[in-house]
Design a protein around this ligand. Structure first.
Ligand code: NAD
Length: 334
């Protein structure tokens, strides 16, 4: 089998990292700028392996097309795989992912977002650029002594717990699988989701997007939260009902939100749309709030993380070409 790999939605920084990682493998890499879609899928012809990122959504029809073009492996450059229809993939091609790449990148960025919305650093930046040195409207609160709610204490969430505990915060955690060691190390408390909502001053999301977590933060959950709560989402947009979030912001129930992810982000994130407009009224409305900070799915974006993604992806593909067991296979039985 020819060792040909098609990378979709590839950016200059992907190319640099993959070229470095490929020195040890010598695979034939083709970099395609467009995302995988019904319009671009023909580019995959002749490639046994396609390498995809979070905006390359493989629904059932794309899965059938990929298989009919001879694709045997979908190598995800991401941890999350909610953008792949695994039922449709089953029996057609295998799927591998990067389960771990610098969880510090996402955890540290989460804290940056929290500090940004609390101390209103985005507003400070623009004010001082315009010689406006007034402090009116910029008051934040001490994180020390407040309660943080962390949903999901896996690789990323457990680092976030440690960082929040280091601020002197009381940390409540909701996860299906409590980690006793984390409790011992940080003094955090595992609790149910309702208690986390009721008692937290800030809530940060670090669980995967699966059917049980879809729109976890909805109207009902928000109604239970403290007035003025801060919500940070660096996990997946679908964890939050964006319309309920907007209502919560309008009612001043939610004090501020920082979103690195958005339900419909594929249409916008990673593109320069500065000479266009946002034809998504929900995203456009969210962007009008001065107390909402939005970034374009960049929490992972550090040098270390990109290098680890490239290295693990190449190792995943090497295992496939060598017919070895796939260490990081996503089970298509799910
Ligand atoms: P992980 O698998 O190590 O941890 C996820 C945790 O969520 C686990 O402890 C799991 O038990 C828990 N969980 C699963 N289902 C749950 C449920 N129904 N209720 C409560 N908890 C549940 O994953 P991770 O590496 O920590 O990543 C977390 C998420 O971060 C990923 O799913 C991904 O969506 C997101 N992510 C975002 C970026 C970014 O750049 N913004 C980068 C990487 C990962």
């Amino acid at each position: 089998m020819e060792h040909r790999i098609a990378l979709f939605d590839s950016k200059p920084y992907d190319r640099e990292a993959f070229e470095r990682a490929n020195i040890s493998y010598g695979f034939d890499l083709s970099y395609f700028e467009p995302r995988l879609s019904l319009e671009t899928v023909r580019l995959a012809e002749g490639f046994p392996v396609v390498c995809l990122f979070v905006r390359d959504i493989v629904d059932a029809s794309l899965a059938y097309q990929l298989a009919s073009l001879g694709v045997q492996l979908v190598a995800l450059r991401s941890n999350g795989y909610n953008h792949i229809d695994l039922m449709a993939a089953k029996g057609r091609f295998q799927v591998v992912r990067v389960p771990k790449y610098s969880p510090y990148a996402v955890a540290e960025y989460t804290i940056a977002l929290l500090l940004c919305i609390n101390r209103k650093l985005d507003q400070v930046y623009w004010r001082t650029k315009q010689n406006n040195f007034s402090l009116v409207g910029l008051q934040g609160f001490d994180m020390h002594g407040k309660t943080a709610g962390v949903v999901g204490s896996g690789l990323i969430g457990s680092i976030v717990v440690r960082l929040l505990a280091a601020f002197g915060m009381r940390v409540l955690v909701y996860d299906r699988f409590p980690r006793e060691q984390l409790v011992v190390e940080t003094g955090c408390q595992y609790t149910d989701f309702d208690t986390l909502c009721r008692e937290s001053d800030v809530i940060t999301l670090h669980c995967p997007l699966v059917p049980e977590t879809e729109r976890l933060i909805d109207k009902e959950a928000i109604s239970k939260m403290k007035d003025g709560v801060y919500i940070v989402n660096t996990s997946r947009g679908g964890l939050i009902d964006s319309c309920a979030l907007i209502d919560g912001l309008k009612e001043r129930k939610i004090g501020a939100a920082a979103l690195d992810v958005y339900e419909e982000e594929e249409k916008f994130f990673y593109e320069d749309l500065s000479s266009s407009f946002i034809d998504d009224d929900v995203l456009a409305r969210l962007m009008t709030f001065p107390n909402v900070f939005i970034s374009a799915h960049q929490a992972f974006f550090t040098r270390e993380a990109i290098d680890q993604i490239a290295e693990t992806t190449m190792k995943n593909i090497y295992e496939f070409f060598e017919k070895k067991p796939l260490t990081n296979e996503v089970s298509t039985q799910e």
